[in-house]
Design a protein around this ligand. Structure first.
Ligand SMILES: [Fe+2]
Length: 289
């Protein structure tokens, strides 16, 4: 093709470059849109899953304020120990979630009246209470896709380092780290807060009891962290701070209005701020959004 009878080689080349540039820009734009949609979809799913956890926590509060306060105290101590153990942000979140939901199985209809009964439990009732880790894991199972370590952590919070725990008699490091941490925090709270069958005891006495379980009931390295003076001082300070979170022990379905459940900031829910460690009565209640 001669000059003036059609596009020159140069202009043909330019058109090809323009077309390929347009195609590249188009592909990049499409990829960006897909990426943005995927990211938005993922964020929406994460927000929805976080809302599901918060709803579950609200359900615990609504059904059993005593357990609601207990699990928050346990989460407070567990987070101090998790930080001291140098866990990364993901594992710290898992510890918080396992701590907050470790006893969700206790609000099961089959266990609630047994757990809140002031009389001594019969052997059959004691056996029934031992089912609460499995019941809790069953409640949380639908959330496993979002929080894969949560049901297993809850299932394992009564396992013992020496394999003498329940329900699976896991031993040592086969017990998830979240459950090993929560076991120590749970024991500390059980000793330092009065139960209907036992008066509360001092933080120092709780420390000694936990130390006595080093290597048998509890992970020895975690116990060593727990009793480190700076770590234990933080635990004691937190224990004094959350002292106000105690709720009166009461029989089921009294109809009393309960408004003493503490609020916290959820690590699993980015953007929440303020209120951590502050009782709900000291700040406005959450409102639905
Ligand atoms: Fe438990």
């Amino acid at each position: 093709m001669g000059p003036g009878k059609g596009p020159s080689l140069a202009s043909n080349g330019l058109m090809r470059i323009q077309r390929s540039t347009l195609a590249t820009v188009g592909a990049a734009t499409a990829a960006a849109v897909i990426f943005k949609n995927e990211r938005n979809g993922r964020q929406a799913a994460e927000r929805f899953a976080a809302a599901a956890l918060e709803t579950l926590l609200n359900a615990i509060d609504a059904n059993d304020a005593e357990t609601g306060a207990h699990v928050r105290r346990v989460a407070t101590y567990a987070l101090i120990l998790a930080d001291a153990a140098g866990l990364d942000e993901h594992d710290v979140r898992v510890v918080e979630q396992v701590a907050l939901f470790h006893d969700i199985g206790k609000i099961h209809e089959a266990l609630f009246d047994i757990i809140h009964d002031h009389r001594t439990l019969t052997p059959a009732e004691r056996r029934a209470v031992l089912t609460h880790p499995q019941r809790g894991a069953d409640v949380l199972a639908p959330l496993e896709a979002f929080y894969p370590e949560l049901p297993d952590g809850v299932l394992s919070h009564h396992e013992r380092w020496n394999g003498a725990g329940y329900p699976r008699q896991l031993k040592g490091r086969r017990i998830p780290i979240s459950a090993r941490i929560v076991a120590i925090a749970d024991t500390f709270d059980a000793i330092t807060h009065s139960r209907r069958y036992r008066a509360e005891r001092s933080a120092e006495m709780a420390r000694d009891i936990i130390l006595a379980g080093r290597g048998t009931e509890f992970d020895p390295l975690l116990v060593d962290m727990f009793i480190l003076p700076p770590v234990f001082a933080k635990i004691v300070a937190a224990e004094r701070r959350v002292e106000r979170w105690k709720v009166p022990v009461k029989q089921r379905r009294t109809g009393e209005k309960e408004d003493r459940v503490p609020d916290i900031t959820f690590r699993w829910r980015p953007g929440r701020s303020g209120g951590r460690g502050q009782p709900a009565t000291d700040r406005p209640r959450r409102t639905a959004r």
